[in-house]
Design a protein around this ligand. Structure first.
Ligand code: DAK
Length: 254
């Protein structure tokens, strides 16, 4: 499949999706988000893809494309929404890591928040500057940010619009790992994920995501059912048999 605004390359079970509008600091236009939507649908059905890294050379993404939004009516703004795509990424049944260099702002940061983890370079600059444009984060930012950094820090970031550096982002827990080469680090971690039992990993992701959405008792009930269902997989037999036989398990995703 050919794309105009992204590049996709899969190696050793890990797909790297690179945002590719460098002249606009990878600002997300409608076309780029549609392509992201499409590639995640394709990767969902591709058994060769076991984990995904989203990245951008030099910059992750400096937000939604402001020139696309200038004259939108409220109805058009609703249409312009990225939230379905970002929720698709959050719910994607395989791990997704954001590897961030340079700017991750506005809609770009919202995209990174929809990923399972964020690995960033020392030069990364993160923030929600929307308030300076007379709007506020509207593609999941007000919901995901407080769950990750807590409500007070989320309010500080969203009310001020300040762009924060890597030291503060790491202290806030907005960035999980700081690495000179975030893509290399993300590939290492994604490679580790890719070697695990895919069904167990998918179910674990569902359970953890649910933990942020539901009360603990319901979450524990869901976990019990999901956990028991792993005993219907060949990978559970293989994992335990390999342990008993003192060899490395080879998982098939069945
Ligand atoms: N949109 C469009 N173009 C952008 C851009 C953006 N967000 N960010 C940068 N660019 C473009 C610049 O216009 C410039 O283009 P040329 O003039 O060269 O043609 C080029 O990228 C390089 O940028 P600068 O010359 O400004 O570079 P600097 O290093 O001086 O500054 C900067 C970098 C990141 C500080 C600055 O570019 C900047 O402040 N950019 C805007 C950041 C921002 O405000 N981001 C938030 C955008 S609002 C929705 C929900 C959510 C959203 C949308 C819809 N719905 C529910 C409908 C999300 C909204 C946002 O993200």
């Amino acid at each position: 499949m050919n794309y105009e605004f992204i590049n996709v390359e899969t190696q050793n079970g890990v797909a790297v999706v690179s945002l590719n509008r460098p002249k606009a600091l990878n600002a997300l236009n409608k076309g780029m988000v549609l392509e992201l939507d499409r590639v995640f649908d394709e990767m969902d059905g591709d058994s060769l893809v076991k984990a995904v890294v989203i990245t951008g050379e030099k910059n992750f993404a400096a937000g939604a494309d402001i020139s696309n939004m200038l004259t939108l009516s409220p109805e058009e703004a609703k249409e312009f929404s990225f939230r379905h795509t970002f929720t698709k990424i959050e719910d994607f049944p395989k791990p997704v890591i954001a590897a961030i260099s340079g700017f991750a702002l506005g809609g770009g940061l919202e995209l990174a928040l929809a990923c399972d983890m964020r690995i960033a370079a020392p030069n990364a600059k993160l923030g929600f500057p929307e308030i300076n444009l007379g709007i506020f984060p509207g593609a999941g930012g007000t919901q995901r940010l407080p769950r990750i950094v807590g409500p007070s820090r989320a309010k500080e970031m969203i009310y001020t619009g300040d762009i924060i550096n890597i030291t503060k982002a790491a202290e806030y827990g907005l960035v999980d790992i700081v690495a000179e080469d975030p893509l290399e680090e993300a590939l290492k971690l994604a490679g580790k994920f890719a070697a695990k039992a895919p069904i167990a990993l998918k179910l674990a992701k569902q359970c953890i995501n649910l933990a942020l959405d539901t009360d603990q008792k319901q979450g524990i009930e869901f976990e019990a059912v999901a956990w028991a269902s792993t005993f219907a997989t060949e990978d559970q037999r293989e994992g335990m048999q390999a342990f008993v036989e003192k060899r490395k398990a080879i998982f098939k995703g069945k």
